[in-house]
Design a protein around this ligand. Structure first.
Ligand code: F6R
Ligand code: MG
Ligand code: MG
Length: 372
């Protein structure tokens, strides 16, 4: 057992209501009951159950460290219990993200998304949990860069002595299973070389220069795990705030831009990410546009004081409007890029099956035809 506190966010889509648009309240109730039992047994200090679109979100505090077998097993069992309810109600895609039949020690690589951090709780510890639906892990790259490295977003990088040193970014290559660290501001341009390609290079974590964790994201790519399209990853991210970390308003500010992410309908389109309160995290238009919700908590000896639904603020009305304008513009492209993902990204969707069916109908061009 670790002396530090662990904050774990483990999420999965175990059945949608209706279609892939939201979650049935019975799933939330079932998960709450199961986690309350775990809390009473002393496994958890506190928890909060919520949903973003069709993804069930288990936000938990405990003192068992990250990647703990018991905590991951607990989450897996909760998802199984909820899957049973989803099957009974014939909800859509029941058990969708549980890619294997049996739990084997760690939910990583088994379908659910995980973001966990171990921390020494400060005198006052504000944390923000971001949850997205109808998009993938790379969706956090731009906002995390803005929060922790862009002085036009985060005033504290310039004017606060506790942040002036900059931060360290941990970047994962999700296709080659490699990682690299960059220090900003010195290596900002090197960092951008990679994280601009957010389908492949994903910011896994951000640290202060003396190694304290500031943010952690889920980096699971479901299609890479399953080898076929099984839904988008719908990532989560935990960010610590205030003091030596960006202020709450600096953490939220990147979402005032209608940033374009991959996902949306059938995980195959680019679309703008809409920041919404949890009650509006129910993507329906063309199964979108992709959503992001942000819940703020104050930690109090592991207790989750909150949440505050941070995008439930008229300050985000304008970006929501801009998202709708951009969504209209992109939708008018129909099956054409740049609305639809480029071919190599479509590899991870259902398109390859259609292409295979047509493969034999392709004929070689006559010799005299000039090709490039
Ligand atoms: C995207 C998503 C939805 C589904 C679409 C088709 O991540 O979940 O857009 O891809 O509704 O769903 P199926 O193939 O399950 O009928
Ligand atoms: Mg779903
Ligand atoms: Mg989802």
């Amino acid at each position: 057992m670790s002396e530090k506190l662990t904050l774990s966010v483990i999420k999965a889509d175990v059945g949608g209501f209706v279609g892939h648009s939201a979650i049935h309240p019975d799933l939330i109730d079932t998960a709450r009951m199961a986690l309350e039992e775990a809390r009473q047994k002393g496994w958890l200090i506190d928890f909060h159950v919520t949903a973003c679109g069709d993804d069930l979100q288990l936000i938990m505090t405990h003192s068992r460290g990250v990647d703990d077998v018991e905590i991951h097993h607990l989450a897996w069992q909760v998802f199984e219990r909820c899957t049973a309810i989803a099957r009974k109600l014939k909800l859509y895609g029941a058990g969708q993200d549980l890619l294997t039949d049996a739990f084997s020690g760690n939910v990583r690589g088994m379908g659910p998304g995980v973001a966990e951090m171990e921390l020494h709780e400060r005198e006052s510890e504000p944390v923000i949990i971001f949850m997205a639906d109808k998009t993938s892990a790379g969706a956090w790259n731009l906002p995390l860069f803005r929060m922790f490295a862009d002085p036009f977003n985060t005033a504290g990088l310039v004017i606060s002595p506790s942040m002036h040193e900059g931060f360290r970014f941990e970047v994962h290559d999700v296709k080659q299973h490699k990682r690299i660290f960059f220090d900003t501001p010195a290596e900002m341009y090197d960092l951008l070389v990679f994280i601009g390609a957010s389908g492949r290079y994903v910011i896994k974590a951000v640290y202060t220069r003396d190694g304290e964790i500031g943010a952690v994201s889920s980096t699971q790519r479901l299609a890479l795990i399953a080898g076929k399209y099984v839904g988008k990853d719908d990532p989560v991210c935990i960010v610590r705030s205030q003091g030596k970390f960006p202020a709450v308003g600096e953490v939220l500010e990147p979402f005032t831009m209608p940033h374009i992410v991959e996902g949306w309908m059938r995980g195959s389109h680019y679309g703008p990410l809409m920041p919404v309160p949890v009650r509006q995290a129910t993507p329906s238009r063309f199964d979108g546009p992709p959503r992001v919700a942000a819940l703020g908590f104050q930690l109090a000896n592991g207790g989750l004081i909150g949440p505050r639904d941070l995008f439930d603020d008229p300050g985000f009305d304008e970006v929501r409007r801009q998202v709708n304008v951009l969504a209209d513009q992109l939708r008018r492209h129909g099956a054409f890029e740049p609305h639809r993902l480029p071919m190599d990204e479509m590899e991870y969707t259902t398109l390859p099956q259609v292409m295979e069916k047509l493969a034999e109908r392709w004929e070689a061009l006559p010799d005299e035809t000039v090709t490039v």
